[in-house]
Design a protein around this ligand. Structure first.
Ligand code: GLU
Length: 463
């Protein structure tokens, strides 16, 4: 039975890299009919915050990465880690270290000065000290020589010399455990079979393997996934734009676009670009995860988002569009307009936010005219066009598109102007702008009353 986990530390919002790690774990588990576990690694009490935990859970739910077990919280499992640390201590596989922070700092400085690695010099390793009155940490007894190797599913065989590894602290003097220790205890007790994570954790893996061995637990498989880089080939950061997942939600990206995009960040299936969630589950494997960093490409994400806006059910997009409109303070006078608006804008809007901006004018007759548009198209010269249009329009039935077309053709004939010069003033009167969806679509989405009101208002604004 395959069992994977996503184990974020709630010391920041869920970012693109974390979401991708979660997704790979989720897809690998689902592909193998396995189980996906969520574990919040909140042992760093100062930096962990509930708001970050919430952001992580909300982000995963939004993407559609649903966990089968958890969320587990490491803070609720402290006794387990302590028990395990003392078990190693009692078996002589770990030791109490009484070196004070000041002494350690001194040793570290000297080592650096003399060009040595600033590893702990193991003063307390064989002293068997036990003094109940002084604070101590518990350190793991790393073998002094030999090697640790593992076959990484992505990277192949990786070998470390034990010499390079420190006697790491597993339990601090305040009785809190450290990451490399809790992660092993949890992964072992939760029966995790595959550890899929960022390759910034490769250096931790040999330490963790030694702890598995000392505790007598079975080793999982490891797959270290290359990090995500920006277009300039440096590690993805704020400089490259939004890095927090929910920022993309707020910018109007669809969760399926993000999921599709994240899956392709570092994994490939021939040259296929568009995948539904079901297809990802069916096709995902670790063999096709690349060894070099994936490059985050905003244009491609935008392209996928447009694709899903175009192809998703209009009703669903309309519901989301409504959320964006409400958020920008628009009162929805008539929800029936939403689906026709989506039908109209879905080929042009790259995000729901953009669609909402394009759609705002549909909802209030008190539109604000774009200054340049007003200057150019709401003038004494065009007033006659608007008056002529209004006169003909009031006697037309609702949604009589043929009648509307004829009306405009007649104005063109009477005034001797070009069609665009007749249409543009009407467009500005109705939408406030020079660019909008097709004029007849605008007229019919707005409805007869609203069109009349807007034309009258534009005429009045000319004075
Ligand atoms: N809490 C660790 C992190 O967020 C987990 C690393 C791991 O997957 O082992 O980096």
């Amino acid at each position: 039975m395959v069992k994977t986990r996503f184990a974020p530390s709630p010391t920041g919002n869920l970012h693109i890299g974390g979401a991708r790690t979660a997704l790979f774990n989720y897809l690998f588990a689902k592909h193998n009919n396995g189980i996906f576990v969520l574990r919040i690694e909140d042992t760093d009490i100062e930096r962990s915050k509930d708001e970050y935990t919430k952001d992580i859970l909300d982000g995963l739910k939004w993407l559609g990465i649903l966990w089968d077990e958890g969320p587990f919280f490491q803070r609720e499992r402290m006794d387990l880690y302590r028990e395990h640390a003392y078990r190693l201590l009692n078996q002589g596989l770990a030791y109490r270290c009484y070196c004070t922070p000041e002494v350690l700092e001194e040793k570290r400085k000297n080592a650096l000065k003399e060009g040595r690695k600033p590893n702990y010099d193991r003063t307390c390793r064989d002293l068997n000290l036990k003094d109940p009155d002084r604070p101590y940490v518990i350190r793991f007894k790393t073998p002094l020589d030999g090697q640790v190797s593992f076959n990484d599913i992505v990277r192949g065989k990786i070998t470390f010399n034990c010499e390079e590894l420190d006697d790491l602290v597993i339990l601090r003097s305040d009785n809190t455990p450290t990451y490399n220790f809790t992660v092993v205890v949890d992964d072992a007790l939760m029966d995790i079979t595959h550890i899929i994570r960022g390759d910034d954790h490769i250096n931790n893996t040999p330490r963790q393997i030694l702890i598995y061995n000392a505790l007598g637990y079975k080793l999982p498989e490891f797959a270290h996934v290359p990090l995500i880089h920006g277009k300039d080939r440096t590690r993805l950061s704020k400089r490259h734009g939004a890095t927090s997942l929910l920022e993309y939600k707020n910018e109007g990206f669809l969760p399926e676009a993000l999921m599709n995009y994240l899956a392709r960040l570092g994994w490939a299936y021939g040259d296929q670009e568009v995948f539904s969630k079901e297809e990802l589950i069916e096709k995902f494997d670790l063999k096709h995860v690349g060894k070099s960093p994936a490059i985050f490409d905003m244009d491609k994400l935008s392209w996928l988002n447009s694709h899903y806006i175009k192809t998703s059910e209009e009703n669903r997009i309309a519901g989301m569009l409504e959320g964006f409109l409400v958020k920008s303070g628009i009162e929805i006078d008539n929800r029936e307009k939403l689906v026709p608006i989506v039908r109209n804008l879905k080929d042009r809007a790259k995000t729901l936010k953009e669609m909402a901006q394009m759609a705002e004018f549909f909802f209030s007759d008190e539109i604000i005219y774009d200054e340049k548009a007003k200057e150019k198209y709401l003038t004494h010269e065009t007033k006659k066009i608007l008056e002529g249009f209004l006169e003909g329009f009031v006697s037309l039935k609702e949604n009589d598109e043929a009648g509307q077309k004829l009306l405009i053709e007649n104005i063109v004939k009477e005034t001797g102007k070009k069609t665009v010069d007749v249409v543009q003033p009407i467009r500005v009167a109705l939408s406030g702008r020079t660019a909008s969806p097709g004029i007849f679509d605008v007229i019919n989405i707005l409805g007869k009353k609203s069109v009349e009101k807007r034309i009258k208002r534009a005429i009045a604004s000319i004075g």
